[in-house]
Design a protein around this ligand. Structure first.
Ligand code: CS2
Ligand code: MG
Length: 402
């Protein structure tokens, strides 16, 4: 069996996605998500110019050898563009292998460890009242776990808050927008947000919050401590994690569980965080961390230290990645929780898929491969539109972490 062709399909049904389609000489195809929000065409070029020529003629069943070839053979290892490109090919090869076996990928990984994946939804509001209402709506919709983000009095736009208080899509067409940031305002108002939410919904729902890399370690420790009375499921991206040891300081001061890793692209980004149990959930996800083959290694390493998975699942991860994540989560013995930002109806039409939301969980049937496809004719109707994630600046104009 041979890889006959590999296409990169860029489509923009409301936001940009890059998809890899691997075709074999026996008519079986596989899909992989290659979307890197704000840098989509860099991944497409890496695939088209440097990866795909090396794949034609190879046996698609040898996915481990192909992974090693693409990782070691690049010489310039790791990084988000390289590991997203490898991830896309890897997802497609797992999809093909499942179709050949007539099994879902979760069966190939080791079968079901659970019947469904608990997810967390995104409740956000321009102010605390709107955020509380959004949490209440999510409870009514059946979510057991809810991420809560709100505007900060004194700040205009803030990460995680949709324009109308609803759906939040950070990437914007045109050049990067500039958002103001003020940590002291954020630290002053965030504990109050969670007091109001707990007063409104009690301690039943699991609550999560994303600090989105904006705090210094001691500020993160302060926030974690201040949030302890509200019993969060996790505080995410409390501080930028290039310096993994920084989390030692946070850990010394608070028992609020910590999650990190959506920007990670290999196990080396989280080796210390996991081996020193500096975090409780690892968020590295299949599309940006080298695919199922590498994320399985991260998950197994994490399991040795009682660290669970909490995969990234924002709308800039396509339904192809989400289908792979559902297969992975059905198997992974140390699955923790799965982020779910529902895609638009148009995106779901471009990427028909089998996974579905049921009463706070993602479930899927026994379908071969990943359980997702792409409607290429519909995808072609929505050409790429350059879009960027915002940047953040402090009051004095200095760049900050967005
Ligand atoms: C966020 C994302 O979902 C999350 O936890 O951090 O919204 C993130 O900002 C985007 O995925 C970036 O592309
Ligand atoms: Mg996040």
């Amino acid at each position: 069996m041979k890889i006959e062709s590999v296409q990169t399909i860029v489509t923009c049904p409301g936001r940009n996605f890059v998809t890899v389609k691997v075709m074999t000489d026996e008519g079986v195809h596989g899909l992989g998500d290659a979307t890197l929000n704000g840098r989509e065409l860099a991944v497409q070029a890496y695939l088209d110019e440097h990866v795909i020529p090396c794949l034609i003629g190879r046996d698609p069943r040898n996915l481990e050898d192909i992974w090693q070839y693409l990782y070691r053979g690049a010489y310039w290892r790791r990084g988000p563009v390289t590991m997203t490109a490898i991830a896309a090919i890897d997802m497609a090869l797992w999809d093909i292998k499942g179709k050949l076996a007539g099994m879902p990928v979760y069966q190939l990984l080791g079968g079901r460890s659970r019947w469904g994946l608990m997810v967390y939804g995104h409740a956000n509001g321009r102010d605390h009242a709107e955020a509380v209402e959004a949490v209440q709506r999510h409870v009514e919709q059946g979510y057991k776990a809810i991420r809560v983000q709100s505007g900060v009095p004194g700040l205009g736009k803030v990460y995680g808050v949709g324009k109308g208080g609803g759906h939040y899509e950070p990437a914007e067409k045109g050049l990067p927008s500039e958002e103001p940031w003020d940590t002291s305002l954020y630290l002053r108002h965030t504990p109050e947000l969670f007091r109001k939410v707990r007063d409104a919904v009690g301690f039943g729902p699991l609550l999560l919050h994303d600090a989105h890399h904006r705090l210094t370690p001691i500020e993160a420790a302060r926030l974690g401590k201040a949030l302890e009375p509200f019993s969060l499921f996790w505080l995410e991206d409390a501080t930028p994690a290039e310096n993994q040891e920084a989390f030692r300081l946070i850990r010394q001061h608070t028992t609020t569980p910590l999650a990190v890793g959506e920007v990670f692209n290999s196990v080396w980004d989280c080796k210390t965080l996991i081996s020193e149990q500096l975090v409780d959930y690892i968020r590295a996800t299949i599309v940006h961390a080298g695919g199922i083959t590498h994320v399985r290694r991260i998950a197994d390493f994490a399991a040795m230290y009682q660290v669970r998975t909490g995969f990234h699942g924002a709308t800039d991860l396509s339904p192809v990645c989400m289908a792979a994540a559902v297969n992975f989560g059905l198997w992974a013995p140390n699955f923790g929780i799965q982020e779910l930002m529902p895609h638009s109806e148009l995106t779901d039409a471009v990427f028909p898929h089998n996974y579905r939301f049921e009463d706070g969980y993602l479930v899927m049937d026994e379908v071969p491969g990943l359980g997702v496809d792409i409607d290429e004719a519909l995808a072609a109707k929505y050409p790429y539109e350059r879009a960027y994630l915002p940047v953040a600046r402090l009051a004095d104009g200095a760049m900050w972490h967005w």
